[in-house]
Design a protein around this ligand. Structure first.
Ligand SMILES: [Zn+2]
Length: 354
């Protein structure tokens, strides 16, 4: 029996690219100069990804400024005073707000996919940001000339286009990054905010056919940045019954970093629907220690004690560097961890075939 295994998305950028992105943001280098750096990093990333033995790869998100902000990169009608996301180690990330409408994505994820596909024959998975995350860009005080409902209508169209163009561009599948799911329960324990996020994301998913939704997945985690999280203290027990209401075929869930894995497996089994598949994180992206393939294999068997193999797959807990400037994990470590996931998944498969 085959066990599917897929990465989440991001790989730490090489230092020359981190420096280049910074220089570009400060207008010290031109777009064409940055593109040279991005292309070099992309080529190296794809080649190293191929060497991990992965049957599905990503572009390592080398061209994305972050998993969440690529649609607004370069947008000039932004104010810096948006939602603040606090992490456990005390650092924060703050989103901007838009100042006017109509809202248009500056970049679609399919542009990254097209570049990656030129460099490899392996299937390429493409991550996109959840519409719920981008919805946070509308300012709390409102915009007189651009009512909230107009913004949401524009946003739903843009988010649909972002997914559809990647599917049409030949993505192996599309993953919606929904890292604010668990955070939503932390900000609003009544689950009202989480429910509104689920509703909004379903409005986009409902625009796709059942066959298309089999190729659309959702990633949820407690947030990973500079080896810290924003919502690891929130239990999966409250989150999963809502999360599996999303009309998506695949779910990519942080798992290796969870303390009480048995309970988490039970919550997943209770909440997941028959047509859904869950890819469990078997690699802890926040821990610099590289897992052994045997550890990965054992974790898979622990999961298969509870979950049916026909609805199971493996992944990493999160991307290795969701924000471009996060260099807390080295590229070497990231690729070694990916190798351990691939190898460990193969070990489990071999044992199952005996
Ligand atoms: Zn994540």
């Amino acid at each position: 029996m085959k066990i599917l295994t897929e990465p989440i998305g991001s790989v730490p950028r090489p230092k020359y690219l981190v420096d280049g992105l910074k220089a570009f943001a400060q207008q010290e280098i031109k777009g064409a100069e940055l593109d040279i750096l991005i292309d070099a990093a992309l080529k190296d990333t794809i080649s190293r990804f191929e060497q991990t033995g992965s049957t599905v790869i990503t572009d390592g998100e080398q061209s994305k400024p972050s998993f969440a902000t690529y649609p607004i990169n370069g947008l000039t009608t932004l104010a810096p005073n948006g939602v603040v996301i606090p992490f456990a180690d005390g650092h924060t990330r703050q989103l901007p707000t838009i100042t006017t409408g109509p809202f248009k994505y500056q970049a679609y994820a399919s542009s990254y996919l097209a570049k990656a596909k030129q460099l490899t024959n392996l299937p390429v998975k493409q991550a996109v940001i959840a519409v719920s995350a981008i919805s946070l860009l509308y300012p709390a005080e409102g915009i007189a000339s651009y009512p909230h409902e107009h913004f949401i209508a524009d946003l739903l169209n843009e988010a649909e286009a972002d997914i559809r163009q990647s599917l049409q561009g030949g993505a192996y599948n599309v993953q919606i990054d929904f890292t604010e799911a668990r955070l939503a329960l932390k900000l609003d324990p009544s689950a009202g905010l989480l429910k509104s996020f689920i509703d909004l994301n379903n409005k986009v998913l409902e625009r796709f056919t059942a066959a298309e939704r089999k190729k659309i997945g959702v990633h949820s985690c407690p947030g990973g940045d500079h080896d810290s999280t924003h919502s690891a203290d929130i239990s999966y027990a409250g989150l999963l019954p809502y999360l599996f209401q999303l009309k998506a075929g695949n779910f990519y869930l942080e798992f290796a970093g969870e303390k009480d894995k048995r309970s988490v497996l039970g919550f997943i089994k209770e909440s997941m629907q028959p047509e859904q598949r869950v890819f469990l994180g078997v690699i802890d992206v926040l821990n610099p220690r590289i897992e052994t393939p045997e550890e990965v294999r054992d974790l898979i068997f622990e999961a298969l004690d509870v979950l049916p193999i026909s609805q199971f797959g493996t992944t990493d807990d999160c991307g290795f560097s969701p924000f471009a400037d996060d260099a807390s994990t080295s590229r070497d470590t990231a690729f070694e961890k990916i190798k351990a996931r691939v190898k460990g998944t193969q070990l489990a498969e071999q044992l199952l075939q005996r």
